[in-house]
Write a protein that binds this ligand. Sequence first.
Ligand code: PLP
Length: 362
Amino acid sequence: MKRVKNFSPGPATLPLAVLEEAQAEFLDYAGSGMSIIEHSHRGKLYDAVHHETIALFHELLGLGDEYKVAFFGGGASTQFALTAMNLLTKDKTADYLVTGSWSKKAVKEAKLFGNVHVAFDPSADGGAFTKVPGSGDCSFSDSPVYVHLTTNNTIAGTQYHTFPECPAPIIADMSSDFLWAPFDPKPFGMIYAGAQKNIGPAGVTVVIIRDDLLEQCNEGLPSMFDYKLQTGKQSLYNTPPVFPIYMVGKTLKWIKGNGGLAGIKERNDKKGALLYDTMAELSDFYRCPVEASSRSMMNVVFRLPTEELEKTFIAEGANNDFMSMRGHRSVGGVRVSIYNAAELGWIEELTAFMRDFAKKHG
Ligand SMILES: *Cc1c(COP(=O)(O)O)cnc(C)c1O
């Protein structure tokens, strides 16, 4: 068996230990003679998996009882609509910080349900998404219901390292940096994240929402879209995505076993620093388009002197088992996604490759 160094932006690499554990018990879960995916979602064995996974979110993030955890299908993209469907009306306004294509999509969906005030958007006057805003860069509306932001911009390679002061609870799309490091949940009224970047396979989106926002949710929504109903039933109103939830549970246990979020951050900091430091050292050849204070520790983007060299770099990289390093088609360049499960050893090998490549082609 060969495992490559998978730098895919998502679905992305998962910890080998998690995959192996799932493989080992795939045919016979806990001596039941059935796979976990063949069990009833109302049965005792799945029920334990479900509630243990919810409990692990509370434990790892230090969430109080005022935060409820729920699982949704439909990807993070569904939450772009559901946040607004639940919390906006035609006479309420929400503020959006636009820092890339995912936040743009969130704005588009929210406009279907209420008023959207864009409080930051460098692309509106032709700018590029090379930084995330600080407090002074945002112009908020008078009394927004919430402020929506994207904590890590998977395509642009930017990430908030401090959050702006906001006049309302923050709703954060954390899809591509969820659980990458510890953070204070207090400013966040709601967090959502598709699992397939940092915490599991595609097929489930985790929603964490606080009681004060739940109380403001609109009435009369379809059951499957209703945050109050779904959190009240702990996502067991209908059949939840059992297999992805089980895999997320295993990934959370892996995080816990690796020093929790503080331990994971230490790993991630080493990986990011090595990559950015190497780029700085070889700055005649590799150029990071992102402002220093906004650089993502999950999706590291850079340019080479020509597009031709970028193509060669990506192709030669693939020959050396460095996979999926092509930048998003909308921006080009190189993107190395180094989510939690990417190993420091991979980055050490990649930076050695980058040195050789620069020497050969520089
Ligand atoms: C990938 C991604 C999405 C979209 O996720 P889907 O699960 O495909 O809908 C949304 N936001 C961010 C920040 C992402 O990285």
